[in-house]
Design a protein around this ligand. Structure first.
Ligand code: FPP
Length: 239
């Protein structure tokens, strides 16, 4: 089956899982799995850009990942800086906007500065949005949004009756973006691990045993072809 270019998911989320197992199977340190995983980030961003995906959300570092050994956390931060330094020119050329899901205020300053530079330099781009989940948790995002709404109510900027899901969505990190159409999780785990809990209400899920460092463009195309077979009813019925 060929891909239907008229039915490409507008927003794809990926829980990039399996780097550690990929490395372990080869007798390598986990950090080399993350390094290989970073190469897939580069390829999959490019593939989504070519397909015309409007938003790609990648789960790079969760609010729970701080529990990992310091050396692994530090390597992940270095890879993020490497990715930005190495890819920023291409991202800018391709008119891609970088957006962060999560609170970056407590990241090490060199990472924060690098991310802030990428945010500033791409803020007016509009071909595709690359959301990077960094110190991100879906529950935290919903609590943060709720606090912001409460503050606007207290400040008289809105009132309780006006708060619909459409209004609430404006307080999420993905404000203004298309809904999450397709959530992909490689590595054989069948859970959402606190990723985009609000946004995935009507997402199609696609799971695969492939580990993230083996996740090629062809695997992405398989996921999209499968998505294209789904009947999305949003609680209604087929015509
Ligand atoms: C999960 O695999 C993966 C992560 C926690 C990190 C993902 C980060 C990258 C792919 C690289 C940096 C990101 C960007 C955007 C440049 P795991 O370590 O939990 O694997 P395991 O379940 O096999 O142990």
């Amino acid at each position: 089956m060929d891909i239907d270019m008229t039915n490409i998911p507008k927003h794809i989320g990926i829980i990039m899982d399996g780097n550690g197992r990929w490395a372990k199977r080869r007798g390598l340190p986990r950090t080399l799995g993350h390094r290989e995983g970073t190469k897939r980030v580069i390829e999959i961003v490019e593939a989504c850009y070519k397909l015309g995906v409007k938003s790609l959300s990648l789960y790079a570092f969760s609010t729970e990942n701080w529990k990992r050994p310091e050396e692994e956390v530090s390597k992940l931060m270095d890879l993020l800086i490497y990715y930005i330094e190495n890819q920023l020119e291409k991202i800018k050329k391709n008119n891609i906007k970088i957006n962060v899901l999560g609170d970056i205020s407590c990241l090490p300053s060199k990472v924060r500065l690098s991310v802030e530079c990428a945010l500033n330099e791409t803020m007016h781009n509009d071909k595709m949005i690359l959301n990077i989940g960094l110190n991100y948790g879906g529950r935290d995002e919903i609590i943060r949004a709720t606090k912001l709404v409460a503050k606007d109510v207290l400040d008289g900027k809105t009132n309780v009756e006006e708060i619909t899901s459409k209004v609430f969505e404006n307080y999420l990190y993905t404000s203004g973006q298309d809904e999450l159409d397709l959530l992909i999780r490689p590595s054989g785990e069948l859970r959402v691990s606190n990723f985009m809990l609000y946004q995935l209400a009507y997402s199609e899920f696609w799971f695969s045993d492939v580990l993230w460092p083996d996740f090629t463009e062809d695997v992405l195309l398989d996921a999209i072809k499968d998505f294209q077979k789904r009947s999305r009813r949003y609680g209604g019925i087929d015509e």
